[in-house]
Design a protein around this ligand. Structure first.
Ligand code: ZN
Length: 350
């Protein structure tokens, strides 16, 4: 089969790869659609970040050249002998996070905190290929009405939904989201579905801000503006209840923290590339909560139900659908150069 395989930064090749066979506890999936994620883009522009190149990933021994792709949906075409909850022909979505069975965080249900952190398509071969094998615990059956295109967006939507859930946002709350990339925009959609009264969004790209408006932002800001906290304060009275950092730089962090009301909650969902400076005294005196979220846990069924009901129209974020052969030029390169691109899906049947 053909697969888009990462060899090194700026070196992703669409080439022949062996069709994988499931072990006793694995499921083999014929992939329909796979989305390109920001983390794939990081691997492309300046990887390796999560791809193991020096020593094998301990949970499966994977190392080196890697088929990317962790946001996908497809059809079960084979199961190992211990797999009982899905069968051939099932339409499925994959929750690609690995769980270390020996981690204490498995018994607590906080499986996303189990170490070492790993994902299909980064620490195992992924879904930019016709076939992929995944661990049985990763597989969720899709609701009947949901399309494979929507299925391919469940994973990033779960990141957004988990961030909102962890923020404790309540009906009528106000929220500021920094960054209108795919995760920021999905967070806008989840905030709408969860009953936020005002949704403020900042970004440096005008086209992304337009998209934010389109999916439910009530106010948009050029992230370079210096008076965002003052303007937000004016519109909310005392600042926003919730701040979600989906940009992950010093400026977004500062703007968001200053825009929070006293007693408000900040959620750091972005993968910060550098450390940020932080005023701990302000944090204490204003009784802020600043919390990180690592991917997601125990939320795929809720996200799929919301998408299936039409209340989370994630398909609005799809800006291009391309063939596997086009993944470098029309996928990775397009995403680095063109801010109007949001979610690019690869159609594995093309
Ligand atoms: Zn992703």
């Amino acid at each position: 089969m053909k697969a888009a395989r990462w060899h090194a930064a700026k070196d992703i090749r669409v080439e022949k790869a062996p069709i994988p066979t499931p072990t006793d506890d694995q499921v083999k999936i014929e992939v329909k659609f796979t989305g390109i994620c920001g983390s794939d883009l990081h691997e492309y522009t300046h990887g390796p970040q999560l791809i193991p190149t020096k020593k094998p990933y301990p949970l499966n021994g994977h190392m080196g050249v890697t088929t990317l792709g962790h946001e996908f949906a497809g059809v079960v075409v084979g199961t190992g002998k211990n797999v009982t909850h899905v069968k051939k022909g099932d339409r499925v979505v994959v929750e690609p996070i690995f769980r270390n069975p020996e981690s204490p965080f498995i018994t607590t249900g906080e499986y996303n905190l189990s170490e070492p952190l790993g994902f299909v398509g980064l620490t195992a071969n992924g879904a930019f290929a016709k076939y992929v094998v995944v661990e049985d615990y990763m597989v969720h059956r899709m609701p009947d009405k949901m399309t494979f295109e929507q299925g391919a967006i469940v994973e990033p939507a779960a990141v957004a939904a988990y961030a909102i859930q962890q923020s404790g946002m309540e009906l009528g709350d106000t929220i500021f989201i920094a960054g209108a990339g795919p995760i920021g925009l999905l967070t806008v959609q989840v905030a709408v579905a969860s009953g936020a009264s005002q949704i403020f969004v900042s970004d440096v790209s005008e086209s992304r801000l337009e998209k934010a408006k389109e999916v439910g932002a009530t106010h948009i800001f050029d992230a370079r503006d210096k008076d965002i906290p003052q303007r937000i304060r004016k519109m909310t009275g005392h600042g926003v209840d919730v701040f979600i950092d989906a940009a992950g730089v010093q400026a977004s962090f500062d703007t968001g923290i200053s825009s929070l009301r006293n007693g408000g909650t900040a959620i750091l969902v972005a993968l910060f590339a550098k450390s940020v400076q932080h005023n701990a005294l302000d944090h204490t005196l204003r009784e802020l909560t600043i919390k990180g979220t690592a991917a997601y846990r125990n939320i795929f069924p809720e996200v799929m139900a919301l998408i299936n009901s039409g209340r989370l129209p994630v398909e609005k974020l799809i800006t291009s659908v391309i063939a596997l052969d086009e993944i470098v030029e029309k996928g990775f390169e397009a995403l680095t150069k063109d801010p109007s691109e949001v979610k690019i899906l690869v159609d594995l049947d093309r």
